[in-house]
Design a protein around this ligand. Structure first.
Ligand code: HEC
Ligand code: HEC
Length: 385
């Protein structure tokens, strides 16, 4: 009898302790008060426990001494909402995601995107799947020159680029100072800005900083290619996780493409180049911005990660498929005055003359550059109800 009393006392104590522990756990795990969460839940489908946006680099990059920066979860969460919010455009019709779609590797599936007023962008939307904006990525002493943004490199940072998108007459048509006032009136931003910055003041700087934080968490380094490269010293070696076709395609890529697009598919070797799409230039590209005639008709060398999903291709979206891209390099390189030296032989453009088999193998290889997390994870998706 006595034992039973003791036992039940013990049991009660244990139950009490566990409930204390549970309370503690809830306090540390939940990021919003009930009231704050109710405010968010009226418009947004966000988890009560904040998503983690921590970025991990694959071993092959760490081996080279390249490490990811810290991404702040509260800022990235705010950035996600801003990225999908149509209030960022003048008439509430367009968000960043209208032209940068998650299932298309954050590019657009149309050659030219439609802006807030029905106008069309002058160029094809760029995939944000591998926008590398991290200062750490270029590290001390690294030989890389940091790429700039846009096909013609007219923006230095995502911050600068986002301002351009928001203020562009065709894209979103807003002025930054009007935008802060407009967003300050929305309840959910009162909560999200407070969580990210300590108080609910909405400023231009904070809007841009949070968007940049969200985009900085897009890394696309969790692909079959990265697993393969982690296991060897050098990207030209046979990957044990690849099929024969993928290994053959990789070899052809290393021989013909890596001199510009890079062997580890991280930062392009060449920041911008002319790859012989046309013999004359309808669009001056980089030269139109920096005024250097040798740069007329040159465009950013785009990263090829998730390339399978970011069609159509090139600055004007002229190619619908990867077959079309390979047909270009195989037979159709044009003699542009600024054609890159790697694509010419004396005064004439080279033709790479790929066989059908070569093309199929290279496409199989390019499909190993896909990071499904980026394309599918909820933390990168539209949070609006
Ligand atoms: C109406 C369509 C549209 C909207 C809206 C839009 N973009 Fe873009 N974005 C584009 C196009 C088109 C380009 C390429 C433009 C060029 O190079 O001339 C681009 C380029 C970019 C780039 C450069 C990528 C690189 O690798 O150089 C970034 C970053 C970007 N957009 C982010 C954003 C953000 C953030 C927003 C929202 C604030 C946004 N975009 C809104 C169409 C759009
Ligand atoms: C001389 C440097 C250079 C070489 C070599 C090169 N490329 Fe490119 N590539 C570029 C440039 C520059 C662009 C963008 C051109 C434009 O849009 O005007 C590009 C664009 C692309 C695109 C379109 C990307 C997008 O997002 O629209 C693909 C795919 C591509 N290249 C694949 C390859 C393949 C495969 C090879 C080898 C067979 C190759 N490239 C060789 C410079 C190069």
């Amino acid at each position: 009898m006595k034992n039973l009393k003791l036992l039940s006392a013990l049991f009660l104590m244990l139950a009490f302790l566990t409930s204390c522990l549970e309370d503690r756990e809830e306090l540390t795990v939940l990021n919003y008060t009930d009231e704050e969460f109710a405010t968010l839940a009226a418009t947004l489908d966000l988890p009560s426990t904040r998503d983690s946006y921590g970025v991990e680099f694959p071993d092959h990059l760490s081996r080279r001494g390249v490490f990811p920066p810290f991404v702040n979860d509260a800022k990235a969460t705010l950035g996600r909402v801003l990225f999908y919010d149509k209030h960022l455009s003048k008439n509430n019709t367009i968000s960043c995601a209208s032209c940068h779609k998650q299932d298309h590797a954050f590019a657009d599936d149309k050659a030219f995107s439609e802006g807030f007023d029905g106008g069309q962008t002058a160029r094809n939307s760029l995939s944000l799947a591998a926008v590398v904006n991290f200062p750490t990525y270029y590290g001390g002493g690294a030989t890389f020159v940091r790429p700039r943004f846009m096909w013609d490199e007219r923006a230095e940072t995502v911050l600068e680029q986002s301002t351009m998108a928001i203020e562009d007459d065709i894209e979103m048509g807003m002025q930054m100072h009007e935008l802060s006032a407009k967003l300050g009136e929305l309840d959910y931003y009162q909560v999200l800005f407070k969580k990210a910055y300590g108080d609910s003041y909405v400023s231009q700087e904070r809007i841009l900083d949070a968007i940049q934080e969200f985009i900085n968490s897009f890394v696309s380094a969790d692909s079959k290619f990265d697993s393969g490269l982690n296991m060897v010293n050098d990207a030209s070696m046979t990957f044990s996780n690849y099929t024969d076709a993928e290994n053959r395609g990789k070899q052809l890529y290393m021989q013909n493409c890596a001199t510009c697009h890079s062997t580890d598919l991280s930062i392009p070797v060449e920041r911008y180049a002319n790859n012989g799409l046309d013999s004359d230039n309808a669009d001056p590209g980089v030269g139109g911005i920096n005024g250097i005639s040798d740069d007329i008709g040159k465009f950013k060398v785009p990263p090829l990660r998730n390339i399978e999903f970011s069609a159509p291709y090139m600055h004007d979206g002229r190619f619908a498929t990867l077959e079309d891209v390979l047909d270009h390099y195989s037979q159709n390189i044009q003699n542009n005055p600024n054609l890159d030296a790697r694509l010419r032989n004396g005064s004439q453009p080279i033709q790479m003359n790929f066989t059908e088999q070569d093309k199929q193998d290279m496409i199989a290889f390019m499909k190993t550059l896909t990071d499904n997390t980026l394309l599918q994870a909820e933390r990168f998706s539209d949070p609006f109800k």
